[in-house]
Design a binder for this molecule. Sequence first.
Ligand code: ADE
Ligand code: ZN
Length: 326
Amino acid sequence: AQREDFVAGLPKAELHLHIEGSLEPELMFALAQRNAIDIPFASVEEVRAAYAFSNLQDFLDIYYQGMSVLRTEQDFHDLTMAYFQRVHRDQVRHAEIFFDPQGHTERGVSFDTAISGTLRAMDDAKSDLGISSHLIMCFLRHLSEEDAFATLEQAEPWLDRILGVGLDSSELGHPPSKFVNVFARARDKGLKCVAHAGEEGPPAYVREALDSLKIDRLDHGNRSLEDGELVKRLAEEGMTLTVCPLSNLALCVVDDLRQHPLKKMLDAGLRATINSDDPSYFGGYMNDNFLRTAEALDLTADEIVTLAKNGFSGSFEDAEFQTRAL
Ligand code: ADE
Ligand code: ZN
């Protein structure tokens, strides 16, 4: 209980959160009703029962289906505001949020509808809850680089409100190098670059993310540990890893939290952070991720503080913010 209070009270920054993955079943039902959309579930319990995954693709199939209830600017606002209200209780002070525009434009919801509702909630979270945030637009890697270029074009009027680009969705078979040109274009426009790599994919994908995409931050990165030279490089470069323990457990990246590599990462000198990824689907927000990982790995108070601090120092905020926060 002492550890619980300590973890709960720490200020936190979340750096790996897909806003569409924070859609709780209750809100899914409410939005389905509001928009007169059929969903293949009879109850909230039935939705939760469907959240049993063997791998990333299992989850993605349900995740893309879940977002079909999001249609209007207000829907995106309500989704995003619900996330902020929830993590306010977890002492989250800053969030760098992913969204998947292609998950919406593919089903006829415009880029502008999705981003404007999300941004309005981000503004409200700042004024009403004191939580600062940024938006990172992800390209779906199972789609083509040409599609990613079209998405970057749609983002053009919004670039002053978009911090960076990311890369998510099905990793295996879609290496980072597939997107080398669109990331170069994004970087020319002054956008930060991040990518999911080493979640299911091999260490070579992490190397590609570094060398081809020139990432500023690495999302997941678990499988980097299979490659000692790579670990050394990540440590030397001071690369921040946005690690998501309950996600890794839910998607069978690890069989048991006690086998989670987070402690090994810290021991190897990597700047690891704790994040929730898709909290509605993976069974926990920030405090749950911190607490369950701390218990499973028997983390010390110092290690827990380091993880929380790494969230701030790994953010894209300026140096003054990074050190003031904790
Ligand atoms: N999209 C949402 N969550 C994801 C994850 N953990 N990996 C890849 N794509 C995702
Ligand atoms: Zn993710």
